[in-house]
Design a protein. Sequence first.
Length: 141
Amino acid sequence: MAESDRIDKVLWALRIYKTRTEATEACKGGKVKIDGSNTKPSRLVKPGELISVHKGIIQYSYKIIQIPPHRLGAKLVPEYAENLTPQAELDKLRAPVETFFLRRDRGTGRPTKKERREMEEAWDKFDIAAGYDPDDDDNDD
């Protein structure tokens, strides 16, 4: 068993990324940090170091227990790395996604200038940050 290995290889072996190329690109893009500092894909990682990985909207945190000798099965990952990601970050995966769709019937073609203005007005009214209440008819600004 090795005492250290490249961070891109470790991220791939621990199944944090599907491919080693993805892990390398994440390191180059500043999405991977070791003990709080940005890292290059060739940086050697040792047991006991903290790794932060930014994937999507979540900041994952891992503590390396030991360096994996090869890509691991999912059941073996906890023996090599401890997931320290706070529950608040994991809850972001289950957060409801508020979407607003303007539906147009199929085959009606492109909207006219008037219809487009009406759609834009509807979008402007629907502003969650401004506290839009769909039941409130007097929500004109």
